[in-house]
Design a protein around this ligand. Structure first.
Ligand SMILES: NC(=O)c1ccc[n+]([C@@H]2O[C@H](COP(=O)([O-])OP(=O)(O)OC[C@H]3O[C@@H](n4cnc5c(N)ncnc54)[C@H](OP(=O)(O)O)[C@@H]3O)[C@@H](O)[C@H]2O)c1
Length: 297
């Protein structure tokens, strides 16, 4: 099968489309013929070797957490899914023609593979971090970096739960945030004052890692109501850095529920052929994705 692989850490040019052995579904897993794979900032951080200190991987390695495709192997002990089902979910080395998934759900009617591949890991992250802030219906959540993949998910989950959101994004994404039900303002010089003018803040999320933790603590008045997924320095301010994926086991079920009720739509800003994974990384790394980027297999 064809697979995107890298044999050394480095820039996008270390990625190559190679011929590789097919993976197989072990116990509790399924294998899919991948139709689309989501691109996450995590992937280019792994490619650069950013996690070698904490979570080392061996080279050569594949990439990719998210996939949508058609089930073609069902591992021992797996029930409720059959060969031929259209599913989306999370696994490893999903930038490939076949991938093994550890979590999956049937795709709701009307969803394309391209769209479906964009949801799994950003929804898991969004559900996890909203929970960790403790924000409740009727309260206001400030989201720094609200227009990307995780931000788009957070805004729509919050809207569904009756939580008001104030989101920051670039000038080009203000209407996008408003379309997802948020109050919007731009980041950059004077942003905290602009947020204050929009209302009181009960909890806050840092999704961009742009060095705003101190201001988020000031705006909420409590470091325990602030969570970051992108600033490793957050704990210096008493703020939780959230980094353990997989702690929301029903994330895909909740995703299906929101999609089926028309309460969730994350746009795919651009999709790329599998052979152009490097171009997708360059664009993701530029840091201004609206919604998601996806590889088409
Ligand atoms: N710890 C975890 O569990 C976890 C999980 C998932 C992701 N992450 C990390 O979280 C971050 C976000 O992930 P993502 O998938 O949402 O990324 P993404 O889709 O690439 O989104 C990036 C967003 O950041 C915004 N942005 C850029 N500069 C900004 C600034 N100075 N202030 C505020 N916003 C700014 C951009 O908005 P504009 O285009 O409007 O400028 C863009 O929409 C990444 O660093 C990723 O590695 C961590």
């Amino acid at each position: 099968m064809k697979k995107v692989s890298f044999a050394e850490f480095g820039g996008p040019d270390v990625l190559h489309l190679i011929d590789a052995d097919e993976p197989h579904a072990g116990p509790g897993r399924i294998r899919v013929a991948v139709r689309a794979a989501g691109v996450n900032p995590f992937d280019w951080r792994v490619r650069e070797g950013q996690f070698q200190g904490t979570h080392p991987i061996e080279l050569p390695s594949g990439l990719g957490l998210d996939a949508a495709g058609v089930v073609d192997e069902v591992g021992e002990g797996v029930e409720g899914v059959e060969v031929g089902d259209r599913v989306f979910g999370e696994g490893s080395s999903t930038y490939a023609e076949f991938a093994v998934l550890s979590a999956w759900a049937r795709m709701p009617e009307g969803l394309t593979f391209e769209e479906a591949a964009g949801y799994p890991s950003v929804m898991e992250t969004a559900l996890r971090v909203i929970g960790e802030t403790g924000v409740r219906a009727g309260q206001t959540l400030l989201v720094s970096g609200a227009s990307g993949g995780v931000g788009s998910a957070v805004l729509q989950i919050a809207r569904d739960r009756g939580i008001t959101v104030i989101g920051t994004a670039g000038a080009a994404n203000q209407d996008y945030l408003r379309g997802l039900g948020a109050l919007a303002t731009t980041y950059g010089e004077g942003w905290a004052e602009r947020v204050r003018r929009l209302g009181r803040v009960d909890a806050a999320l840092d999704l961009a890692g742009s060095g705003v933790i101190r201001e988020l603590v000031e705006l909420t008045g409590d470091p325990q109501r602030v969570v970051s997924i992108a600033d490793l320095g957050a704990p210096e301010y008493g703020v939780r850095f959230s980094g353990v994926a997989g702690s929301v086991p029903d994330a895909l079920a909740e995703t299906v529920r929101l999609l089926s009720r028309g309460r969730l739509h994350i746009p795919v800003e651009k999709s790329y052929p599998l052979a152009e994974a490097a171009a997708a990384h360059i664009d993701s790394q530029a840091g201004h994705t609206r919604g998601r980027r996806v590889l088409i297999v």
